[in-house]
Write a protein that binds this ligand. Structure first.
Ligand SMILES: Cc1cc2nc3c(=O)[nH]c(=O)nc-3n(C[C@H](O)[C@H](O)[C@H](O)COP(=O)(O)OP(=O)(O)OC[C@H]3O[C@@H](n4cnc5c(N)ncnc54)[C@H](O)[C@@H]3O)c2cc1C
Length: 343
C-alpha cells in the first residue's frame, strides 16, 4: 500500500469538486486497512473512506486527513438449487456487478442498473431505483471497524436500512468500512415493474414482449435507456445525481398540501407519505432548470444539481440552501441532502 501526499480529489468525484488530500491511498486488500489505520493514528489525523466519488461533496480547502479509496476487488458466486449468493469486493463497480448478474440471468438487482459507484458504497445509502433497493437482496456485509481494528460481519437486519439510510450513516456506524458485500440473487424471478416509468415502457412494448418471457437483461436495458434520458452525462456534467432526498411527511401535512396542490403525488409509507421532490421543485416552486452562477437544477430531473466545471463546494452549498429555503417557504417542508459531505 502506497500512501501519497497532496493528492487532488477533484477529478475523483463525479461532481468534479474537491480539495487536496494531505494523504491518500488506494486499498486493494482488506488487510491493508489496519496499516492505514495505524498511519492515521500515528499522524493524529482522521481517516476518510471514499469509493467512486459519485455521492459526495468534498470541501474546496485542503483536507488534513488520510483519504482511503476502497479498491478491493473480486467476485465469487455460490449456487444452491434456487438462489445464488454473490460475494463482491467493496471496490468492484456496482454496475459492473449488476451487468454480470444479469448476464447470468439472475434476478434481484436488474432495476438497480446504471447506478454509478462501488459495491461497498451501495449499502451506505441503501441505493434504490425503479422500485427496488439493495436491502431486498443484501445478505450480509463484511466491515472493518476502525474503533476496534477488527473485521466483523453485519446481517441485513443489523444494517438498519431505511429510505436512503442505514446504520453506516449514523454515529454508531461511522467507524465501519465495508470491505465485502454479499447478495442473494434468484435463479428464477418475476420482473418488478411497479415503478411508473417501467410500467409505462412495458405497456408500450406489451405486444413485443407478449410471447417472450421477460429476462433480467430486458429490464436492465430498459432501465439504462430510461436513465440515459433522465440523468446528465457524467462525461459532460459535474453532478452527484439526486442531491436531495424525497421528503417523507406526516399524513396531516400531506392532506394540507394536497388541498393546496390537488395533483401532488404521494406514496404511503406506513402512516407517512413520500413525495417526489422533483414534482415540488417543478410544480410548486417553479424551479425546474433554475440556474445561478455555475450551478443549475437539471432541466430533465430537477432533483439533480449540475455544475459547469467552474463551481466550488461553497457555491454548491449556498445553491442547495437557496433551494431548501424556497421549498420550506412554499411547503413548510425541510428537505435533506442525499449526498454526503466530506470535510
Ligand atoms: C448520475 C448519478 C445517478 C445516480 N443515481 C442513483 C440512483 O438511482 N439511486 C441511488 O441510490 N443513488 C444514485 N446515485 C448516487 C450514488 O451513485 C450512490 O450513492 C453510490 O452508491 C455511491 O457510490 P460511490 O462508490 O461513488 O460512493 P462515494 O461517493 O465514494 O461515497 C459515498 C459515501 O459512502 C461512504 N463510503 C464509500 N465507500 C465506503 C465503504 N467501502 N465503506 C464505508 N463507507 C463508504 C463515503 O465515505 C461517503 O460517505 C447516483 C449518482 C449519480 C452521479
Amino acid at each position: 500500500m502506497r500512501i501519497r501526499e497532496f493528492v487532488s480529489l477533484k477529478k475523483m468525484t463525479t461532481l468534479k469538486i474537491g480539495g487536496v488530500a494531505r494523504y491518500f491511498c488506494a486499498v486493494e486488500r482488506a488487510e491493508e486497512l489496519s496499516e492505514a489505520l495505524a498511519f492515521a493514528r500515528e499522524k493524529r489525523i482522521n481517516l476518510v473512506v471514499f469509493g467512486g466519488g459519485s455521492n459526495v461533496l468534498i470541501a474546496d480547502e485542503d483536507i488534513d486527513a488520510l483519504i482511503i479509496k476502497i479498491d478491493i476487488k473480486g467476485i465469487g458466486w455460490k449456487e444452491d438449487s434456487e438462489d445464488v449468493l454473490v460475494v463482491a469486493g467493496a471496490g468492484e463497480s456496482w454496475d459492473g456487478l449488476v451487468a454480470k448478474a444479469v448476464r447470468r440471468e439472475l434476478w434481484g438487482v436488474e432495476n438497480l442498473s446504471g447506478i454509478p459507484g462501488t459495491v461497498g458504497a451501495a449499502p451506505i445509502q441503501n441505493i434504490g431505483a425503479y422500485g427496488t433497493e439493495i436491502k431486498e437482496t443484501l445478505a450480509w456485509v463484511e466491515v472493518f471497524d476502525t474503533r476496534s481494528g477488527k473485521f466483523r460481519t453485519l446481517s441485513n437486519k443489523e444494517c438498519k436500512f431505511g429510505y436512503r439510510d442505514s446504520i453506516f450513516k449514523r454515529p454508531k456506524g461511522k467507524s465501519l468500512i465495508i470491505t465485502r458485500v454479499a447478495l442473494w440473487l434468484k435463479k428464477s424471478g418475476t420482473p418488478n415493474l411497479e415503478y411508473k416509468d417501467l410500467k409505462e415502457r412495458f405497456r408500450i412494448y406489451d405486444l413485443r414482449f407478449k410471447k417472450k418471457r421477460l429476462t433480467p437483461l430486458d429490464i436492465r436495458k430498459t432501465v439504462l435507456e430510461i436513465r440515459s434520458r433522465k440523468f446528465p452525462d457524467l462525461r459532460t456534467h459535474g453532478t452527484a445525481g439526486s442531491f436531495f432526498k424525497n421528503p417523507i411527511i406526516s399524513q396531516g401535512k400531506f392532506n394540507k398540501l394536497k388541498k393546496k396542490f390537488p395533483d401532488l403525488p404521494g406514496f404511503p409509507i406506513f402512516t407517512r407519505f413520500k413525495i417526489p421532490l422533483a414534482w415540488i421543485l417543478d410544480n410548486v416552486c417553479g424551479l425546474k432548470g433554475f440556474c445561478k452562477g455555475n450551478v443549475t437544477l437539471f432541466e430533465r430531473q430537477p432533483i439533480v444539481i449540475v455544475q459547469n466545471g467552474k463551481a466550488s463546494a461553497e457555491e454548491i452549498k449556498s445553491f442547495a440552501k437557496e433551494i431548501s429555503d424556497k421549498v420550506k417557504a412554499k411547503t413548510d417542508i425541510d428537505i435533506e441532502w442525499e449526498i454526503q459531505q466530506i470535510w
